[in-house]
Design a protein around this ligand. Sequence first.
Ligand SMILES: CC(C)(COP(=O)(O)OP(=O)(O)OC[C@H]1O[C@@H](n2cnc3c(N)ncnc32)[C@H](O)[C@@H]1OP(=O)(O)O)[C@@H](O)C(=O)NCCC(=O)NCCS
Length: 172
Amino acid sequence: MGFWKSLFSTTDTTTSPKPAELNSSTASAVTIGNSRIFFSTDREIDLYELEELCDAVGWSRRPLRKVKKAIQHSFLVVSMWEQRGTQRRLVGFSRATSDHAFNATIWDVVVHPDFQGKGLGKALMRQMIKRLRSEDISNITLFADPHVIDFYRGLGFMPDPEGIKGMFWYPD
Ligand SMILES: CC(C)(COP(=O)(O)OP(=O)(O)OC[C@H]1O[C@@H](n2cnc3c(N)ncnc32)[C@H](O)[C@@H]1OP(=O)(O)O)[C@@H](O)C(=O)NCCC(=O)NCCS
């Protein structure tokens, strides 16, 4: 069970869940068709597999040595895997950085296009939030691309609460 370091002990894969069940914060594994979907906090991620996942949603490539470092230094990594027989495939990913006390910021939220629209993005985010809350982190932030603001809003994230603006500095 080393690889599948599940976040929760309940595992019910006997029936195909409705989207509402996928959204449950207690689900650690779900079944979609012939596939079983698992969540893991094990950060032994094949960087090439992660790159393929990011390619599939059209993200720009990043140097793998930097991605590796970012994962190593993240506070939390939650990955989502499809298991078919003995084969497993990375189908979702997210990570958070943190000061380990007050704040965490979520990065790199991605679900493979084959698995989008099934409630899995929401389930992945709920795993992230639950895990961060269990570490007593109270302030969870993220940077949303304009086309996904409503996705995050549905999870309780607020854009610009009390007029607070995210500010960025880039080198010239
Ligand atoms: C954004 C993303 C993670 C959503 O994952 P998903 O598995 O398709 O989302 P879900 O099926 O869990 O959807 C959950 C809810 O959000 C809504 N939703 C999903 N994608 C949405 C979007 N782009 N805009 C608005 N709402 C969206 C769904 O309709 C659903 O609503 P409901 O709960 O009322 O039914 C996924 O589309 C993705 O990986 N996109 C490419 C990468 C990306 O843009 N990441 C975010 C970077 S900030």
